[in-house]
Design a protein around this ligand. Structure first.
Ligand code: SAM
Length: 215
């Protein structure tokens, strides 16, 4: 098994080896952020976001979990006309993301909402064509009803880190303090799969990603 506990190590290594790397200014920033410990989306999750953005051509995107703004900027670069709302609660990340949006989102299509997603989501209105959930894993079941309400018909919903190093599939965390996250992610995946309004596929890439469409 790989370090992430999702795929065999040789498969993970091959996927990284064969994958065509992004190029350009955002790819350089991406490398810097990744090498400096910022928890931005893994390369293949970025690829998935790019492909979905190209296919879906969303007019409105909602992201939960901004970090320094990498995935927002990647989606912005892929669909420049889309308006993006992204939510972040960590002041350190907010400060950094604001600088990055100021520098790189020249058209000002990205709006950063500061605060806890659990408080912000219930007050949001409108319909989003693409929602990307990449925040506190233990809260995923709490967010799901609002995400469903905010997702347009035939909208696409992506959630990251749902297998949490494979512990969710094993049904056992590595240590006691991760027990609640594992239980909540298991609950979340079962909620999503059981919901007739969604068609979902769970992809064993990165740390586990769901890709859903709202019927
Ligand atoms: C994995 S990072 C997001 C990475 C980002 N999507 C990217 O690829 O560039 C998760 C972020 O979610 C934020 N976060 C976690 N729980 C949150 C919450 N309840 N409300 C808002 N932001 C939250 C964290 O502070 C962290 O910056």
């Amino acid at each position: 098994m790989s370090k992430t506990g999702i795929n065999f190590e040789y498969v993970s290594e091959y996927l990284q080896y064969v994958r065509r790397k992004r190029t350009g200014w955002l790819a350089e920033k991406e490398l810097y952020w990744r090498n400096n410990g910022f928890p931005i989306a893994e390369p293949e999750v970025g690829d998935l976001l790019e492909i979905i953005c190209k296919l879906k051509k969303p007019g409105k995107i909602l992201e939960i979990g901004t970090c320094v703004g990498f995935s927002s900027l990647l989606m912005n670069q892929t669909v420049p006309d889309a308006s993006i709302i992204t939510i972040e609660r960590n002041p350190v990340m907010i400060k950094e993301a604001k600088i990055n949006f100021e520098l790189y989102d020249k058209a000002r299509n990205i709006q950063l909402l500061e605060g806890d997603a659990a408080n912000i989501l219930p007050d949001l209105n409108g319909q989003y064509d693409l929602i990307f959930l990449d925040a506190a894993k233990g809260q995923y079941p709490v967010y799901l009803p609002d995400i469903k309400r905010l997702l347009s018909s035939e909208g696409v919903f992506i959630s990251d880190n749902v297998l949490f190093n494979g512990f969710v599939a094993k049904g056992a965390p590595d240590r006691h303090r991760n027990k609640t996250i594992v239980m909540r992610l298991d609950e979340y995946l079962k909620m999503l799969e059981a919901d007739d309004d969604f068609k979902t596929v769970l992809l064993p890439i990165s740390d586990g990603v769901t890709l859903s469409i709202k019927k």
